[in-house]
Ligand binder design. Structure first.
Ligand SMILES: Cc1ncc(COP(=O)(O)O)c(C=O)c1O
Length: 725
C-alpha cells in the first residue's frame, strides 16, 4: 500500500499553547549574582524539548539582557533602579507587542523582572479589562525604595506593580494592578511594613501557615477565584523560593518550610482549564547552585503542569490519531496515588475500577515502585535465551503459594489464556490420547478471556467475534453456572473446560455455591482439565486469595494476571502440575518479554505484600458492607446488587437508567468506574481502600443513582456501544 495522501495537520497546531518563551538574563534586582545565567541554563537543559514531549509547542522567542555595563550589587540604589526600570520597560514592550495568540512564559532573572512582565501582560489584555495576578513567593516583595532594609530591588516588584514606590519602577508603561485582584501564596518571611502595606491595599495573602492548614490545591483554587473575578485575564508569577529550600535550594534566597514542589505542580494543573490564563513567569533560579539539575527539572515540571494540554485537546488527539477500538469516558488522567486518580486539570477521582482489578494495591505503591525502579536500574530484560536472577525466585514462590509443580510466565492475561489452551491441547494429544487435530476446549457463554483470535473464537459476544473469523476449530460453549450442561457437552475429545470463578466482563456474575466444585468433580471423572481463569478474580479480589478457594477447588490449571504486575507492568502466568506442563518442550512456546526480570521483581514484591497484608480479608468485609449499603437503598433503577469481595456489580434497569450514563454521572461526581454490558455498573476499587472512603463512595453512588434523570430514550434499543470500550 502506498501513502499518497499528505499527513494530517497535527492537532498540536490547534492548542492554545503556542508558548513564547522570553528569557530575562538579569540579576540586577538581587543582592547576589547568579540568576542572570538562568535562561541560558534552562535552554541548555532542554526546556523547549521537554515541553514539546508534553505536547506543548514552545519556542524560545528571545532572551533580554541588561544594557551596557551592569551596576554592581552594591552600586547606588538609583543606578540600579534605572537599570532595572530600563530592562523592565523592554520586557513590558516586548510582551505588549507579542501576537495575541502567543502565550508568554517569562523566565527570569530575579523577581524584579516581574515589573516588566506584568505591565506588559496587563497592556496586552487592557482592551478587554483588568489583569489579576497570583504571586507565589516566600517573600511579600512589597518594599519601596524608602522602606527597604536590604536595598535589593527584587524586594520591591509587587509594590511597584500596585503603583507604589519609586517612580522609575512605577513608571514602567502599562496598567497598574488592582490590589483586590492580586493574591500572594506561600509567604513566610517579610518585614512588618510590607505586610501593613499589602493589608492596607487589600491584597489577599495566603501565607505558608494557611497553605499548610488548607493544602496547596485548596488555596490555589481560592486564589484563582480572587484573580478571575472581574478581570479579563490573570497571570501567575512563581518565585522559586516559595518552594521548600530543601527540595529546591538553587534560588537566590532559600527559605525553609516552603511549598512542596509536587504540591505546587499539582495545583498548577488547574490552569489548564482556564481560558483566561494569560501568562506565566518563573524567576530566581540560580543554576550554579543546582548541582544535580533538579531545579531545572522543577522549572520544566511547573511550566508543563500549567501549560500542558487539557482534557479536550488530549482527547481530540487520541480520537484523531488512535485506532477507534475504545470509547473512553470523558476524563484524562495524569496521576494516581493509592485509591485516587487526578485528571490533567488536577481534579481528583476515586478509582473504583482499578484498571479492571490490576491495581489492587493502589496506584504508586511505594514498595512496588521501589521494586520496579531498583530492578529497572539493575536489569530489565534479557529474553529467555538466558536466565535471569529474579524469575527463578518468582516461579518458586508462585508454585509454593498456589500449590503447583510449575509456572509459565507471560505478559498479558490473554497470553496466559493462550498458554493454557496450548497446554491443554498438547496434553490431550500426548497424555489423554485424543486423536490428532480433534481436541476440544469448552468455555462458557458470557465469558471473557481476552481478545486473540482463538480466544474470541470462544466468546459468545457477537461484537467480539463479528468480522474476525474464521476461528480455530474445536472451541465450544456451554451456559455459565450450569454444571449439568458441562457434563452433557463433554466428549472423549474434550481437553479442557475453561471457566472464570466469577464472570467479570460478563456482568459480575457469581455462580451458585457448589458450581465450581461440581465442575471439578465432573472434569476429574471425564479426564478433562479444569482450567480456571483467575486473571481478574485472583490475588484477593473476591475475599479469598483465589476465588476458587471459596469452594476449596484446586484446578488442574490456574491462570493469573492483572494484579500480579502490581498495576505497574503486565505480568501473568499459567500454573499446572508436571502432568500438564511437561508437554512443553524448548521452542514450543514463549515470548520476548515473558518472564523478564523487571516484571518478576515487581511480582515478587506483590506476593510479599499479599502475604503480609492479606488484602482478601479487607476485601471480604468491605465488599459485604458496600453491597449491603447499596442493596439497603432499594433504588428503583437497581435490579440487583451482586458480587464477591470487592468485585461488585450493580445491575441497572435499562428502562430507567443506562449504565453508560450512570458511569458518566458518577464520573462527574468524582467516582471513576465503567459499565459492563450497558446494564451493569462495576465497582472494584483497589483492595487497600479505607472503610470510610468506601462508605462515602456508597453515599455518592446512591445519591447519584437516586437523582439520575430518567432515560430520555427509554423504550428505544439499548446503547450501541460495545461492552468494554
Ligand atoms: C477473566 C479475564 N481473563 C483474561 C483477560 C485478558 O487479560 P489481558 O487484558 O491482560 O489480556 C481479562 C481482562 O479483562 C479477564 O478479565
Amino acid at each position: 500500500m502506498t501513502h499518497s495522501a499528505p499527513l494530517h495537520v497535527s492537532p498540536h497546531a490547534a492548542t492554545r499553547t503556542a508558548v513564547h518563551i522570553l528569557g530575562v538574563a538579569s540579576s540586577l534586582g538581587a543582592g547576589r549574582r547568579g540568576t542572570e545565567a538562568a535562561p541560558a541554563a534552562l535552554q541548555a537543559a532542554g526546556l523547549v524539548q521537554r515541553l514539546a514531549s508534553l505536547g506543548i509547542a514552545a519556542d524560545w522567542h528571545a532572551t533580554l539582557h541588561p544594557k551596557g555595563s551592569v551596576p554592581a550589587a552594591d552600586a547606588p540604589l538609583n543606578e540600579r533602579l534605572e537599570a532595572v526600570a530600563e530592562l523592565a520597560q523592554r520586557v513590558a514592550d516586548g510582551l505588549a507587542a507579542l501576537a495575541p495568540e502567543a502565550f508568554p512564559l517569562v523566565l527570569g532573572g530575579d523577581h524584579a523582572v516581574a515589573i516588566g512582565t506584568w505591565r506588559g501582560v496587563a497592556s496586552r489584555v487592557a482592551a478587554r479589562g483588568a489583569l489579576g495576578l497570583i504571586w507565589i513567593d516566600a517573600h511579600l516583595d512589597s518594599h519601596t525604595d524608602t522602606s527597604t532594609h536590604s536595598g535589593n530591588i527584587h524586594g520591591m516588584p509587587l509594590a511597584a506593580l500596585l503603583g507604589e514606590g519609586n517612580a522609575l519602577l512605577t513608571g514602567v508603561r502599562g496598567p497598574t494592578l488592582d490590589p483586590a485582584r492580586v493574591c500572594v501564596i506561600g509567604a513566610r518571611t517579610w518585614e512588618e511594613e510590607e505586610l501593613a502595606h499589602l493589608r492596607r491595599l487589600g491584597v489577599r495573602i495566603f501565607d505558608m501557615e494557611t497553605v499548610r492548614e488548607r493544602g496547596m490545591a485548596a488555596v490555589f483554587c481560592d486564589a484563582l477565584t480572587v484573580v478571575r473575578s472581574g478581570t479579563a485575564a490573570f497571570g501567575v508569577s512563581i518565585d522559586l523560593d516559595a518552594l521548600d529550600a530543601e527540595a529546591l535550594p538553587a534560588v537566590t534566597c532559600p527559605v525553609s518550610d516552603g511549598i512542596a514542589p509536587v504540591d505546587l505542580s499539582n495545583a498548577l494543573l488547574a490552569l489548564r482549564s482556564c481560558g483566561d490564563f494569560a501568562a506565566l513567569e518563573i524567576v530566581e533560579y540560580v543554576p550554579e547552585l543546582d548541582t544535580g539539575g533538579r531545579g531545572a527539572d522543577w522549572v520544566a515540571e511547573f511550566a508543563g503542569a500549567a501549560l500542558g494540554p487539557g482534557t479536550y485537546l488530549l482527547r481530540a488527539r487520541e480520537r484523531h490519531f488512535g485506532a477507534r477500538n475504545y470509547a473512553p469516558l470523558p476524563v484524562v488522567f495524569h496521576r494516581g496515588e493509592g485509591v485516587w486518580l487526578w485528571d490533567v486539570e488536577g481534579r481528583r477521582y476515586l478509582d473504583m475500577m482499578s484498571a479492571y482489578s490490576a491495581v489492587s494495591f493502589g496506584h504508586a505503591h511505594p514498595r512496588l515502585l521501589r521494586a520496579l525502579t531498583d530492578q529497572a536500574q539493575r536489569l530489565a530484560l534479557t529474553s529467555r535465551a538466558f536466565s535471569n536472577d529474579r524469575l527463578p525466585l518468582l516461579l518458586e514462590r508462585l508454585c509454593g503459594l498456589f500449590g503447583y509443580d510449575r509456572a509459565l510466565p507471560v505478559n498479558t492475561g490473554l497470553e496466559a489464556v493462550e498458554t493454557a489452551l496450548k497446554a491443554a491441547r498438547k496434553w490431550a494429544y500426548t497424555v489423554k490420547g485424543v486423536a490428532a487435530e480433534q481436541a476440544e476446549i469448552i468455555a462458557c457463554d458470557g465469558n471473557f478471556h481476552g481478545r486473540s483470535i482463538a480466544i474470541v473464537g470462544l466468546s459468545s459476544e457477537a461484537q467480539y467475534r463479528d468480522g474476525f473469523g474464521p476461528f480455530p476449530p474445536g472451541l465450544r460453549r456451554v451456559p455459565y453456572a450450569d454444571a449439568q450442561a458441562l457434563e452433557a457437552a463433554i466428549t472423549p475429545a474434550t481437553a479442557a473446560f475453561l471457566v472464570e470463578a466469577v464472570q467479570g466482563e460478563g456482568g459480575i456474575v457469581v455462580p451458585p455455591t457448589g458450581y465450581l466444585a461440581r465442575c471439578a468433580e465432573i472434569c476429574r471423572r471425564h479426564n478433562v482439565l479444569l482450567i480456571v481463569d483467575e486473571i481478574q478474580t485472583g490475588l484477593g479480589r473476591t475475599g479469598r486469595l483465589l476465588a476458587c478457594d471459596h469452594e476449596g477447588v484446586h484446578p488442574d490449571g490456574l491462570i493469573l494476571g492483572k494484579a500480579l504486575g502490581g498495576g505497574l507492568l503486565p505480568v501473568s502466568a499459567f500454573l499446572a502440575d508436571n502432568a500438564v506442563m511437561d508437554v512443553f518442550e524448548p521452542g514450543d512456546h514463549g515470548s520476548t518479554f515473558g518472564g523478564n526480570p523487571l516484571g518478576a521483581a515487581v511480582a515478587l514484591e506483590v506476593l510479599d505484600l499479599l502475604a503480609e497484608t492479606r488484602p482478601w480479608e479487607r476485601a471480604a468485609r468491605l465488599g459485604e458492607r458496600f453491597m449491603g449499603q447499596l442493596a439497603a437503598a432499594a433504588l428503583p433503577c437497581v435490579r440487583a446488587v451482586r458480587g464477591r469481595g470487592l468485585l461488585i456489580g450493580v445491575d441497572l434497569d435499562p428502562a430507567r437508567l443506562s449504565a453508560v450514563t450512570a458511569a458518566e454521572l458518577l464520573l462527574a461526581h468524582g467516582i471513576a468506574t465503567k459499565d459492563t454490558h450497558h446494564t451493569v455498573l462495576r465497582f472494584a476499587p483497589p483492595l487497600v481502600i479505607e472503610e470510610a472512603v468506601l462508605d462515602r463512595a456508597a453515599e455518592i453512588v446512591i445519591a447519584t443513582l437516586a437523582t439520575a434523570p430518567p432515560r430520555l430514550d427509554a423504550g428505544t434499543p439499548g446503547d450501541a456501544r460495545p461492552a468494554r470500550t
